[in-house]
Design a protein around this ligand. Structure first.
Ligand SMILES: Cc1cc2nc3c(=O)[nH]c(=O)nc-3n(C[C@H](O)[C@H](O)[C@H](O)COP(=O)(O)OP(=O)(O)OC[C@H]3O[C@@H](n4cnc5c(N)ncnc54)[C@H](O)[C@@H]3O)c2cc1C
Length: 555
């Protein structure tokens, strides 16, 4: 007998997108959420700087949409961008009603700060702990709604039969047992894959499992070559120093004490887009004007009061991790891997090519960020599209009578786990993961070149083979994190391959993807999305048109 759990809507991921989807699901439906960590440990909790929306009468959603389309290198789908920017303001007010405490301005309204690439200061924030404030408010709602949580359950695969998604196979990490969880619809809100790089701002759990599972189930991943490098991260740890620090007026200096952005973009200075500032910093460092592989972020002129009020967390991070108090000294920072623009291809209602399967948040590519995401737009994406996924899945559920499952998917995953556990000796997971991170950091960074990317691809394919024979020392059932780490490494290898293959093929520079041999954007040849499909011999690429509604591509 197969033990089966059943739900109407099963959401994988308890970050902002997943919880927002659960809260939006129609009353009366049986909704459950699965997370490999406690919901409040999802990476959303670490978001610092804020969430964009045109809530001021002096601003407009059209202006927000224009900034987003332009910032995306015109690769964002403008139908989805319009939805996000138009629906965003109401979602912010709803968040406030749900209990999120935003910082206020002197008039007592929700305060907004300027962020890069934005024509208006439209980033709402809760000091520099915005994700923390939002995730806790959303968790309260989750509890209030009585949504069932599979806490510390690790999802291994989607169950797909007759081209319909019917649930997932998941492991109860505490007990080490695998189960089929049956569902009329599945929503993935599994977050990003920042940990494919050796140094990243992302939590260690950000291994892109959901993207890899969707890919293996035949759903295409879109625009995977676009990986955002954030301009201000700490050197050793990769910890993020929010863009809000520059939004509040922080300067970037080189070793000569120059505000070097005045040479690259005298108008926007430190508030140019992230892709551009990261390249400028890298150039300063490579041309010998850096400080120990970093540039300096100077906040001293903001004064103690403002730093303590608006940026208390990053002050603490700088003190704890580099021994620098930004009230007194500039913080050494450098560009670091931060965000995955690409992901599971969806339309603006979060539907995928697979019936009954939806995706929202960082794991999805809807695509509002195109080739480069504007700071503050990702939190907004999780809220707007999380809500829409919950609504659309609720509608779909009513069309599904019942789901019947065979025992084959569960048996297949049990075999996979047994295979991972069977070797008596061999290579360990840790070094393989380090090698993968190093290959990506060395060859798929800010400046990309064909030979170096091909080198990375060879290393990744070699790692894939060696992964087949890894040796796990822990064979226990209870909380076997070596096993979950091994599964995560499998996801990372899949994704690394799609990133590299997409990047080698794209012979132009756009947003975060900068090819030294092809330094210009080429709309005639490359104004198109990359789709990666999983095959036995690696990713097969196809291309799809970009939706342009009101903003024709310009300079
Ligand atoms: C340090 C940092 C600061 C940021 N600051 C900002 C900011 O100020 N503004 C902004 O707009 N954006 C910011 N971002 C980006 C933004 O925070 C994220 O893109 C967003 O929070 C992602 O939310 P999510 O709900 O899609 O996924 P996450 O919050 O990452 O949640 C993913 C969920 O999926 C679950 N999961 C994953 N794999 C599995 C599996 N195999 N089985 C079961 N569960 C699984 C996890 O347990 C988790 O619950 C920041 C990102 C970082 C890293």
């Amino acid at each position: 007998m197969m033990e089966v759990r059943t739900h109407d809507i099963l959401i994988v991921g308890a970050g902002l997108a997943g919880m927002r989807a659960a809260v939006a699901a129609a009353p009366g439906l049986d909704v459950a959420i699965v997370s490999k960590v406690h919901p409040l440990r999802s990476h959303s909790v670490a978001a610092q700087g804020g969430i964009n929306a045109a809530i001021s009468p002096k601003d407009s959603w059209e202006a927000h949409a224009f900034d987003t389309a332009k910032g995306s290198g015109y690769l964002g789908d403008q139908d989805a961008i319009e939805v996000m920017c138009q629906e965003g303001p109401a979602d912010i007010l709803e968040l406030e009603r749900l209990g999120a405490i935003f910082s206020r301005n002197e008039q007592g309204e929700i305060a907004q700060r300027p962020f890069g690439g934005a024509g208006y200061p439209r980033t709402c924030y809760a000091a520099d702990r915005t994700g923390h404030a939002l995730l806790h408010a959303m968790y309260e709602q989750l509890l209030k709604k009585g949504v069932f949580v599979y806490e510390e359950w690790y999802v291994l695969s989607l169950i797909v039969e007759d081209r319909i998604c019917k649930g997932v196979i998941a492991m109860d990490v505490l007990r080490g047992e695998l189960h089929a969880i049956e569902a009329k619809t599945v929503i993935f809100a599994t977050g990003g894959y920042g940990r494919v790089y050796s140094s990243s701002t992302n939590a260690v759990i950000n291994t892109g499992d959901g993207m890899s599972m969707a890919y293996r189930a035949g759903v295409p991943l879109m625009d995977m070559e676009f990986v955002q490098f954030h301009p201000t991260t700490l050197r050793e740890t990769g910890i993020l120093i929010t863009e809000g620090a520059r939004g509040e007026g922080g300067y970037l200096l080189n070793t000569l004490g120059d505000r070097f952005m005045s040479r690259y973009d005298p108008q926007k200075m430190e508030l140019a887009t992230r892709d551009f500032i990261s390249r400028c910093e890298q150039q300063e460092i490579e041309e010998g004007r850096g400080v120990n592989g970093c540039v300096l972020l100077d906040l001293r002129h903001l004064g103690k009061k403002k730093i303590m009020e608006r940026l208390p967390q990053i002050r603490q991070l700088a003190i704890s991790f580099v021994g620098v108090d930004p009230i007194e000294s500039p913080i050494p920072v450098r560009p670091g891997a931060h965000y995955s623009m690409g992901g599971i291809r969806t339309n603006a209602w979060c539907e995928t090519e697979l019936a009954g399967f939806y995706a929202a948040g960082e794991c999805a590519c809807v695509s509002v960020h195109g080739a480069n995401r504007l700071g503050g737009n990702s939190l907004l994406e999780t809220i707007v599209f999380g809500r829409r996924a919950g609504i659309r899945a609720s509608e779909y559920v009513r069309t599904v009578k019942s789901v019947t499952l065979s025992s084959a998917p569960l048996q297949a995953e049990r075999k996979k786990v047994e295979r991972l556990l069977k070797h008596k000796n061999g290579e360990r997971i840790g070094p393989l993961r380090e090698e993968l991170g190093a290959a990506m950091t060395d060859h798929l960074g800010i400046f990309r070149k064909r030979e170096r990317m091909e080198q990375a691809l060879r290393r990744i394919r070699d790692l894939r083979q060696r992964y087949e024979n890894v040796y796990l020392e822990d064979r226990g059932k209870i909380f076997n994190t070596e096993l979950t780490n091994a599964l995560e490494l499998g996801s990372l290898i899949d994704l690394a391959e799609t990133i590299v293959i997409g990047a080698i093929a794209r012979e132009e520079s756009r947003g975060s993807h900068f090819r030294t041999e092809f330094p210009n954007r080429n709309d005639a040849g490359w104004l198109k999305h990359t789709l990666a499909y999983c095959t036995e011999s690696g990713p097969r690429l196809e291309y799809a048109p970009v939706t342009i509604t009101r903003f024709p591509p310009a300079g």
